[in-house]
Design a protein around this ligand. Structure first.
Ligand code: NAD
Length: 493
C-alpha cells in the first residue's frame, strides 16, 4: 500500500488490488503485474494476474447469479443502481485520487469524470423499470394469430476495458448491462486496476447481490479467456483495433455478439464564419485538457478554412501553451503525464515522422525534463502544415498532439474529415445553421458535435463505425445492446 497526498486533500492510501469474485476478495497465487505510477515513473502496486481457473470461476459465479438477478423485480434493480450512482458521487474525492494513481489523470479532470460516471449510472438506473420489454407483432383475427416480442437479457456479459478512463468505462457499460438483467465479469486494464476496486465495494454497498458484478484483474491472457468462455454470451470491449480483431476472431468461433468501442482520429472542422474565440478554446481544451489527449473521441485533427488558418492555428497554439502541465495532484494542472514509457516512445516516433513529412511544430514537441523528468510528461503539441496523406494526419496518436490542416470549401472539408479509416466523432464550428445540418449529415462518424455541444453524455448514443468499432453506449440504444429479441406467436390462447 502506498500513501498519496493530493493538494488540499487528506492523505490517501491505495487499496490492495484483488480479484472480486462473488462474495470473495482474493489475490491469485500466480503472477503479478507491477503497476507504475505515470507521474513518478515508480512502481506502487502489484496487480494480480488472474489465471484461467480464476476467470472460469468468475464466469461460473456470474452465471449462478444470473437466475437471481434476472428474477429480481426491475424496480429493485433500478433502485440499487440509483443508490450506486449516489454512492459513486459521495466518493468523488476517493475516485479522483484513484484515477490519478491509476493513469495520472489530473485531479480536476478526474473529478469531472466521477460526476459524469454517476450520471451514466443514474440514467440506466432510471431505465430499469421502464424498459421497452417487447411489442405486439400481430393480433389474433381471421386467419391470424397473436404474437409479440420478448426482450431478454443475455446472461453473463464479458467486459474488457482499457486504461484511459477506468471509472467512466465501467459506468458506460455496467449499469446498462445490469439494468437489462444481465450479470457481468469485467477485466480492467492491468495498467489501471484501482478504480474498479472501489466500484466493486460500492456495488456491494448498493445492495446488488454478490456474483452479479465480478472483477478479474489481469492482462491479455485473462481477457482472452474471458471473451472466449462459452458461458459468456456477449462481449463489450473498449480498447484498440488490434485487440478488437483478436476478440472478434475469438467470438466468431461461437458467433458471439461483440460491442466494440475503439479508437478515433476525429476531425474538428472550423469554418471562417464560426465564433473563433469559442472554437479556439474548445479546440485546445478538447485536444489536451481531457486526459492529456488520451481519449478516443477527442478532436485530434483540426481542419481550418484557408482564410482564417494561420491566425486560428496560432490562437489555438497560444492557448495550448498556456495550459499548466505538471503533477496531476495539483488542482490547476490541465495536462498530466501520459500513461507510460511506451506512450512517450510512440509519441516521439510519430513526431519525428511528422517533422520528416514537412510539418511545423507551433508549440510543444519534446518530452519535458527538469522536475518532471521521472514521470511521463509530454506537453500540448500543435503541429501545422500536416500532409493529408501522412501518418500524423491519418493515425491515432493517443497523446497530446493536435494535427492542423487547411481546407478550401465545404466539399473539401467533408472529404478531408472523412479521409481516415476511423469514424467515431465529428466536430464542426459554423454560424450557418443550414451548413451545420448539411455537414453533420455528411460526416461518416457515429456522432457529430456542433458548436461545442457536450459529448459522451448518458442520454445520447455513443459509438463508432469503421475502425472505430460498432454498437452503442448511451441512450436507449446502449440499453438495447444488452437484450436479445425473441418473437413469440400463439396458435390459440
Ligand atoms: P488494448 O486494446 O491494448 O487493451 C484494452 C484491453 O484489452 C486491456 O484490458 C487489455 O488487457 C485487453 N486485452 C489485450 N489483449 C487481449 C486479448 N487478446 N483478448 C482480450 N483482451 C485483451 O488498448 P489500449 O492500447 O490499452 O487502449 C487504447 C485504445 O483504446 C485506443 O485505440 C483508444 O482510442 C481506445 N479507446 C476507445 C474508447 C471508446 O470508447 N471508443 C475509449 C477509450 C479508449
Amino acid at each position: 500500500m502506498v500513501a498519496v497526498t493530493q493538494q488540499n486533500q487528506p492523505e490517501f492510501v491505495l487499496p490492495d488490488v484483488t480479484l472480486r469474485i462473488g462474495s470473495t476478495t482474493r489475490s491469485t497465487g500466480a503472477q503479478t503485474h507491477e503497476h507504475i505510477n505515470p507521474a513518478t515513473g515508480r512502481p506502487d502496486a502489484a496487480v494480480p494476474m488472474a489465471s484461467t481457473a480464476d476467470v472460469n470461476e468468475a464466469v461460473r459465479i456470474a452465471q449462478e447469479a444470473f437466475s437471481v438477478w434476472k428474477a429480481t423485480p426491475a424496480v429493485q434493480r433500478g433502485r440499487a443502481l440509483l443508490k450506486l450512482a449516489d454512492l459513486v458521487e459521495e466518493h468523488t474525492a476517493e475516485f479522483a485520487a484513484l484515477a490519478t494513481a491509476d493513469n495520472g489523470a489530473p485531479t480536476m479532470t478526474a473529478r469531472n469524470m466521477v460526476s459524469a460516471s454517476a450520471e451514466w449510472i443514474r440514467y440506466y438506473g432510471g431505465w430499469a423499470d421502464k424498459l421497452p420489454l417487447g411489442r405486439i407483432t400481430s393480433v389474433a383475427g381471421a386467419g391470424g394469430s397473436f404474437g409479440h416480442t420478448l426482450r431478454q437479457p443475455y446472461g453473463v456479459i464479458g467486459v474488457v476495458i482499457t486504461w484511459n478512463a477506468p471509472l467512466m468505462s465501467l459506468a458506460m457499460k455496467i449499469p446498462a448491462a445490469l439494468a437489462a438483467g444481465n450479470t457481468v465479469v469485467v477485466k480492467p486494464s492491468e495498467l489501471t486496476p484501482f478504480s474498479a476496486m472501489l466500484f466493486a465495494d460500492l456495488v456491494h454497498e448498493a445492495g446488488i447481490p454478490d456474483g452479479v458484478f465480478n472483477v478479474v484483474t489481469g492482462g491479455a491472457e485473462a481477457g482472452a479467456t474471458l471473451v472466449s468462455h462459452p458461458l459468456v454470451k456477449k462481449v463489450s470491449f473498449t480498447g484498440g483495433p488490434e485487440t478488437a480483431r483478436k476478440i472478434t476472431a475469438a467470438c466468431a468461433q461461437t458467433f458471439k455478439p461483440v460491442l466494440l468501442e475503439l479508437g478515433g482520429k476525429s476531425a474538428n472542422v472550423v469554418f471562417a464564419d464560426a465564433d473563433l474565440d469559442a472554437a479556439a478554446l474548445h479546440a485546445a481544451f478538447m485536444a489536451f485538457g481531457i486526459m492529456t489527449g488520451q481519449a478516443c473521441a477527442l478532436p485530434t485533427r483540426l481542419l481550418v478554412q484557408d482564410s482564417i488558418h494561420d491566425e486560428f492555428a496560432a490562437k489555438v497554439a497560444t492557448i495550448a501553451a498556456s495550459f499548466k502541465v505538471g503533477s496531476p495532484h495539483e488542482l490547476d494542472t490541465v495536462c498530466g503525464p501520459v500513461i507510460n514509457q511506451s506512450a512517450i516512445d510512440r509519441i516521439e516516433a510519430m513526431m519525428a515522422k511528422a517533422r520528416e513529412d514537412g510539418a511545423s511544430v507551433l508549440t510543444g514537441g519534446a518530452r519535458l525534463g527538469g522536475e518532471l523528468a521521472e514521470g511521463f510528461y509530454y506537453p500540448p503539441t500543435v503541429v501545422a502544415d500536416v500532409d493529408r496523406e501522412s501518418e500524423l494526419a491519418l493515425q491515432e496518436v493517443f497523446g497530446p498532439v493536435l494535427a492542423v490542416m487547411r481546407f478550401s470549401d465545404e466539399a473539401d472539408a467533408v472529404a478531408l474529415a472523412n479521409s481516415t479509416d476511423y469514424g467515431l466523432s465529428g466536430y464542426l464550428w459554423t454560424s450557418d445553421a443550414k451548413r451545420a445540418v448539411r455537414v453533420a449529415e455528411q460526416l461518416e462518424t457515429g456522432e457529430v458535435v456542433v458548436n461545442g455541444a457536450p459529448s459522451a453524455v448518458a442520454e445520447r448514443p455513443f459509438g463508432g463505425i469503421g475502425h472505430s468499432g460498432n454498437g452503442n453506449e448511451g441512450g436507449l440504444e446502449g440499453l438495447e445492446e444488452f437484450f436479445w429479441t425473441k418473437s413469440v406467436a400463439y396458435g390459440t390462447i
